[in-house]
Write a protein that binds this ligand. Structure first.
Ligand code: 5CA
Length: 438
């Protein structure tokens, strides 16, 4: 992509409405624009990151055996009356009336909707287990939308729903999602700590919040000091094996959110307890038959008896993750994307757009990299070197290739790593080879 043609409305000043660094940087880097409180448009650069985050989430869901569907954003109120949540959910739910005065709502979550799909389609325990997920926009009329995409009113969520014939099966399904979450966040270079959590309006008695420690996090969390030295899960996992040992290993060290944490009965002595802030990037729930019983989602069990489905639900804040990634990866100059979610792999900077030789060399390099399938953002604008460096650092692509007249005379190009700041002069061809191989 040529920057001269790209829609990248950068802001020079810090927007006054943004209180935390990720919100500031998303606005300044031209990733998002606010539409109304807690509701955002995603511009080209931001959308690229959102899609990459979404794709990692999707791949790890698929790997664990979950199957993707797509449910609507608008749901009928009757379904929520069946579960009893239409009244319980309160003002956070956006209620709508259609032209026939039918009551509808913009889904804040989909337990009822998915249970309705499954109750009509699965009749026997032989068709279980199943885990269905979708990646869809949700609406919650939050009292205090804030921090940009971190606490929005409209936000993108991956939500998965598992169906089993008994509690043992449901726990295995829970463990699969639990492990898939560890892998998902690890692939983004994030350490998300699974913490025992309250279940809130979703219900149930087993729940974990996946929290990324960050000063700007909205949750108050507590964990064993040893969590700070624990590396993220990187291994491959056989999802058909017994995952209980892995689940135990990753829940052995104490970690809890403040709704659950009880200082009187905490197993960790105060000197080994970390009190911190966290960003909740995902939450898992096991709630058994809370929805299947009222909605009549039953199957024929092994002895022909009717059994209500055992269910769990599992959410990941896809749009929130974009903010969380920036909170965890930035410096004074701007964003520093991990490779796995970067909007482009590489920035190519031509320091002298007016110089024919520089233009030719940069154009040639751009063509070669694109041909080799490397995603490049090519700054071909006629701007000062200072402005170009600042823009590249702000948008945070993992590596920058810088072409200028001096290097070119010697047949070299400068390669700068955004994270380490390390610079290296490379022969032109070596620069191509390095990123084509990577
Ligand atoms: N049905 C369950 C799981 S599928 C559910 O809705 N869980 S949740 O309420 O915990 O939401 C799942 C995830 O969505 C959260 O962990 C959080 O990362 C994200 N999320 C929730 N509310 C917001 C919000 N207002 N803005 C951005 N992300 C949010």
């Amino acid at each position: 992509m040529r920057l001269s043609q790209y829609f990248l409305p950068l802001l020079r000043e810090n927007p006054s409405e943004a209180q935390i660094v990720s919100h500031r940087l998303m606005l300044r880097a031209g990733m998002i624009r606010q539409s109304s409180a807690g509701i955002y448009s995603w511009l080209p650069l931001g959308l690229r990151v959102l899609k990459r985050v979404e794709q990692i989430v999707r791949e790890e869901q698929d790997r664990s055996g979950a199957q993707e569907i797509l449910m609507p954003t608008i749901q009928p109120a009757e379904l929520w009356r069946e579960s009893g949540r239409y009244d319980d959910y309160g003002k956070e739910m956006l209620r709508i009336q259609d032209r026939h005065d039918r009551e509808m709502l913009y889904g804040p979550t989909n337990e009822e909707q998915v249970t309705d799909i499954v109750r009509g389609a699965i009749r026997s325990y032989r068709d279980l287990p199943k885990n269905l997920y979708h990646i869809q926009w949700k609406f919650r009329d939050e009292v205090r939308p804030r921090f940009g995409v971190m606490r929005g009113r409209e936000f993108l969520m991956k939500d998965a729903y598992s169906f089993d014939v008994d509690a043992a099966g449901a726990k295995h399904s829970y463990n699969k999602m639990f492990v898939a979450y560890l892998r998902t966040f690890a692939r983004m270079g994030l350490k998300a700590i699974p913490m025992r959590a309250d279940t809130g309006p979703i219900g149930g008695d087993l729940s974990h919040e996946f929290q990324i420690l960050a000063e700007t996090g909205e949750s108050a969390v507590f964990c064993d000091r040893r969590w700070l030295e624990t590396a993220a899960l990187a291994d491959d996992v056989d999802y058909d094996s017994d995952l209980e040992p892995l689940f135990r290993k990753w829940t052995a060290l104490y970690a809890a959110t403040d709704e659950i944490h009880d200082p009187q009965n905490c197993p960790v002595p105060p000197e080994d307890l970390v009190t911190a802030r966290g960003i909740e990037v995902g939450q898992t729930f096991y709630f058994g038959t809370k929805y299947s019983v009222p909605l009549g989602a039953v199957v024929a069990g092994p002895n022909g008896e009717e059994v209500p489905l055992e269910m769990g639900s599992y959410g990941i804040g896809v749009s929130r993750l974009v903010g969380a990634l920036i909170e965890a990866n930035h410096d004074d100059a701007g964003i520093i994307w991990p490779d796995s979610v970067a909007p482009f792999r590489l920035g190519l900077v031509n320091l002298r757009a007016a110089d024919a030789k520089c233009r030719e060399a940069a154009g040639d390099l751009y063509a070669k990299l694109r041909q080799a399938g490397v995603e490049v953002l090519y700054d071909d604008r006629d701007e000062s070197p200072g402005a170009k460096f600042a823009a590249m650092d702000l948008i945070g692509l993992p590596d920058q290739l810088i072409i200028g007249p001096r290097g070119l005379a010697a047949g070299t190009i400068e390669c700068k790593n955004r994270r380490s700041g390390a610079r290296q002069d490379l022969p032109l061809d070596a620069a191509v080879a390095r990123f084509v191989a990577a």
